[in-house]
Design a protein around this ligand. Structure first.
Ligand SMILES: Cc1cc2nc3c(=O)[nH]c(=O)nc-3n(C[C@H](O)[C@H](O)[C@H](O)COP(=O)(O)OP(=O)(O)OC[C@H]3O[C@@H](n4cnc5c(N)ncnc54)[C@H](O)[C@@H]3O)c2cc1C
Ligand code: FES
Length: 291
């Protein structure tokens, strides 16, 4: 396997004017489930496309003229620089507009923004990823990156939970990753339907099925607030140090790069200092409010 040289913190494409979106074409749309699609996109301008670098866990602001912008994680393989994938749950005006633009449509893009997963802190250890629902999207680039660099780590585990088998994302890839046995993949659903024979229950129940070597494990969690909270506490109870438990947070975004204050979380900006934080950076707020 080749070594991925993805930089830890790439600069936004737009450089001097991070508020200016660049046009991006939608090359293809894949249906993941009833309300979620993966959009394969390409930056129209060739020079801008070649200049664009990003790291797993970073996000873009996707823009529709006259409608607005939404923060969306990059969900593709960081090694595949020609196209960018965004897996989008259609919940409101911007995401609906992107769905309506569809294949052949054009949207605006600013980014990449934020601090992604701690790829420079994983060597030689175990990695456990925990994803709930659409939270698998920002972890998917991390899975690609770990697969490429697999020999650098000990055990790699992906725990994924969603409401029902029909709510799964990346179904074919999950099956492929499971059958390859290069990483351990466990999928659970809240409600079993359609002859589901896998685990049933919340994703943190899957922790009973794996052995966690606390001192050498790095944890990465992305999901709804309640999952972030329960997963973080579960790993702390297993004695994983708080600086080795990483959470990706969601907050309302506006500028995306630390200028407007919309995403402020205590003294931190989720857009600039996050969205990925070590639990040790959040512990003070964590006790006070739901994260
Ligand atoms: C760093 C970051 C990364 C993100 N990555 C992704 C991603 O990869 N894919 C993705 O689909 N979304 C992602 N989001 C969430 C996305 O930015 C929001 O869902 C956004 O509000 C959608 O914009 P909209 O205009 O379509 O909906 P809005 O008009 O903002 O919202 C419409 C309605 O939907 C509700 N709503 C908003 N978000 C959600 C939600 N997540 N689930 C259920 N209801 C919701 C709102 O409360 C509101 O009532 C991310 C957010 C952040 C901060
Ligand atoms: S979105 Fe403007 S400061 Fe974070």
């Amino acid at each position: 396997m080749s070594t991925n040289t993805t930089p830890a913190r790439p600069e936004p494409l737009c450089g001097t004017d991070a508020m200016l979106p660049v046009p991006v074409g939608i090359l293809d749309v894949r249906e993941e489930n009833f309300n979620t699609r993966t959009f394969v996109m390409q930056i129209e301008d060739e020079d801008a496309r070649k200049a664009y670098r990003w790291a797993p866990g970073q996000f873009n602001m996707l823009y529709l003229p006259g409608v607005g912008e939404a923060a969306i994680s990059i969900s593709s393989d960081p090694q595949q620089s020609e196209v960018l994938e965004h897996t989008i749950r259609v919940v409101g005006s911007v995401t609906r507009g992107i769905e309506e633009a569809g294949k052949g449509g054009i949207v605006g893009l600013r980014g990449p923004f934020g601090r992604g997963w701690p790829i420079d802190r994983l060597d030689g250890g175990d990695v456990v990823m925990v994803a709930g629902g659409i939270g698998l999207a920002p972890l998917r680039p991390m899975v690609y990156w770990l697969l490429r660099n697999r020999e650098r780590f000990r055990r790699v585990v992906l725990l994924f939970g969603c409401r029902s088998p029909d709510d799964r994302l990346y179904v074919d890839e999950l099956k492929q990753w499971q059958s390859d046995e290069v990483i351990d993949v466990l999928v659970t659903v809240d409600n079993a339907t359609h002859g589901w024979v896998g685990p049933v229950g919340v994703v943190t129940n899957l922790l009973q099925r794996i052995r966690v070597s606390a001192d050498r494990t790095t944890v990465m969690v992305c999901g709804p607030r309640v999952l972030n909270r329960v997963a973080a506490w579960s790993f702390l109870q297993l004695h994983v140090p708080p600086e080795q438990v990483y959470l990706s947070l969601e907050r309302n975004m506006n500028c995306g790069y630390g200028q407007c204050g919309h995403c402020q979380y205590g003294a931190k900006f989720v857009c600039k200092d996050g969205p990925v934080f070590a639990f040790s950076e959040l512990a003070g707020f964590f006790a006070l409010e739901e994260i």
